[in-house]
Ligand binder design. Structure first.
Ligand code: N01
Length: 530
């Protein structure tokens, strides 16, 4: 088997992989990062579609591990655009001298446990051995392109938003179609509408959306944030979603109608994900959710001129925020433009893609030059199953997860020793501010690896711990309204044939962090150490 080439291999060089490299290196581990892209950045390397921007605010969608980094970096806008975040991660890679341990353009095909370590083989045939394997592959990195007949014959160009060409797509004056009205579609549609000759939006599920209220950040705002960082970080660590918002304690149902309206209008004016934080119990109390959903439905009717279009855009089949709530810049306003049309593909589904465009089941044809798939991702499990992970006795993860993912805390998998999954299924990940979730996971993994280094043990979760955690993940989801969105990617429902399991942990970031601390403080009782 030979000596390991390195203590740890980390797969992926996005937010997770970069921090894992830095943290593990600072604890004295040798680390090799393998990244399939030609640059660092992960999600922010790939998602270059028009309008790509973070829905979390810049001052907290960033690392917190180094106060000097917080003080020296200057964000330009309330919500950072894709290029700015990619620039930030490039800066981090340089500032902490990370690049010397990152191999770019290396696509892992197989990672196999060999009894004392992991052998990681890449598509180019090269292999490396390590003692510990850490996946930093992201949660939303495996594109979901629906299997619609005829796509190969399309005469125009088509792109998934998650693999947008680096030199852009010229849509000026062209007939452009967008399939999908999730967070991505809702960001891209207003920008594409400004550039395209005609934009046709194919909507299957109408979505709620809150105005982002993006704006440049002034020197004063940045200075105030920088002065306040310790307090901001404390709030994040004690929060449900890893955001620095204090959740409202006002019962909206107890308010008279005019006060309730004021509360909602103020939240709408503040915009962004803060809207959700302004309504207590919005994700647990159906009556609260319904009045909130009604407020948002009314906003669509106010903004969109044509009543029939407004009605098609109005979500009625799922409560607000049970699917990840998008935030937007002039999304609903875009439907008032003369060059934009909306097609309801729930009422009249897409039958085929033809050489000239999209054909619906009714026979209606929509001629297109460019087709954009804003159709999302095979979330959480997709990135881990996109290559062949083989654990004890050669058992594959694809086999082990045939009926859905099994993990302990989203951090490890029974039968897969010394493998650690940053923001894996069963962790709060996509329900939180991702950098916050990532730092917590990486720090926890680094502590465990230090212990294993000193004891010489190998660790993997026990089956009992996995089963207990699966129950807790299901309990936490069932305590909310989240499972009510039948088409949600949180449930795996967007990918045909995928097991329907609520994937992230909905019990809240602070609670989850406490559980992880207890696990570590208790000597890792959920892990077998041999
Ligand atoms: O993907 P989605 P996304 N025919 O799965 C539709 C994060 N994100 O890329 O709802 C027709 O949400 C599908 O319809 P339906 C964020 O966590 C973050 O937009 O399944 N339509 C839906 O409308 C987000 O939640 C930022 O009925 C089809 C859309 O495509 C996550 O990424 C920015 C279809 C897919 O929506 C994913 O968002 C952007 C078909 N065959 C995204 N298949 C940040 O700010 C799918 N659809 C950090």
């Amino acid at each position: 088997m030979g000596e390991p080439d390195t203590d740890v291999i980390v797969i992926g060089a996005g937010f997770s992989g970069l921090y894992a490299l830095h943290r593990l290196r600072s604890r004295g581990f040798s680390v090799q990062v393998l990244e399939q892209a030609d640059g660092v950045g992960g999600t922010w390397y790939w998602n270059r579609y028009p309008g790509a921007r973070c829905d979390s605010e810049s001052y907290y969608y960033c690392y917190s591990f180094d106060p000097e980094l917080e003080q020296e970096w200057r964000w330009s806008e309330r919500y950072p655009g894709q290029e700015e975040i990619r620039g930030y991660l490039e800066h981090v890679a340089d500032r902490y001298d990370l690049r010397r341990d990152i191999a770019l353009g290396v696509r892992v095909s197989v990672a196999a446990w060999d009894g004392t370590g992991w052998t990681v083989t890449s598509e180019d045939g090269s292999s490396r051995r390590c003692r510990w394997l850490v996946t930093a592959v992201g949660c939303l990195s495996t594109a979901n392109v629906p299997d619609i007949p005829g796509l190969d014959d399309f005469a125009g160009e088509w792109h998934h938003t998650g693999h947008w060409p680096h030199d852009g797509v010229d849509v000026a004056g062209k007939r452009v179609g967008v399939i999908g009205t999730g967070s991505t579609g809702i960001q891209a549609i207003p920008v594409l509408a400004e550039q395209a000759g005609h934009l046709t939006v194919f909507q299957r599920t109408a979505n709620y959306s809150i105005p982002a209220r993006n704006a440049p950040l002034s020197e004063d705002e940045m200075a105030a944030t920088k002065a306040d960082y310790p307090a901001i970080r404390r709030v994040q660590q004690g929060s449900t979603n890893g955001h620095p918002f204090v959740l409202s304690d006002v019962d909206v149902l107890d308010l008279p109608a005019d006060r309730r309206r004021e509360l909602y209008e103020a939240a709408w004016e503040r915009g962004g994900l803060r809207f959700r934080a302004a309504v207590k119990d919005v994700l647990t109390d159906p009556a609260v959710n319904e009045v909130t959903s009604d407020f948002l439905r009314d906003k669509i009717a106010e903004i969109v001129d044509d009543p029939a279009t407004a009605e098609t855009l109005t979500p009625r089949d799922h409560p607000f925020a049970t699917k990840r709530p998008p935030i937007d810049t002039h999304y609903f306003e875009t439907y008032n433009r003369p060059n934009v049309s909306l097609v309801d593909v729930k009422a009249d589904p897409i039958a085929a893609i033809t050489p000239g465009g999209v054909r619906l089941e009714s026979g209606a044809e929509h001629p297109l030059d460019v087709l954009v798939f804003a159709t999302g991702f095979d979330a959480l499990t997709g990135p881990l199953l996109s290559f062949d992970i083989r654990g004890r006795d050669g058992r594959s993860l694809r086999e082990a997860w045939r009926d859905g993912p099994h993990t302990h805390l989203g951090l490890g998998i029974a039968g897969f020793p010394d493998l650690f999954t940053i923001t894996g299924p069963g962790s709060p990940s996509v329900l939180t501010n991702m950098p916050t979730a990532i730092e917590q996971h990486v720090d926890w993994i680094a502590d465990l690896l230090e212990r294993l280094r000193s004891t010489g043990e190998t660790a993997e979760p026990t089956r009992d711990a996995e089963e207990d955690w699966a129950r807790e993940v299901a309990r936490a989801a069932d305590a909310t309204l989240l499972p009510q969105a039948a088409s949600s990617w949180y449930l795996g429902a967007n990918v045909p044939g995928k097991a329907r399991v609520f994937l992230p942990y909905a019990g809240g970031y602070a609670r989850y962090r406490r559980i992880c601390c207890e696990e570590a403080d208790g000597g890792y009782p959920g892990w077998t150490k041999t």
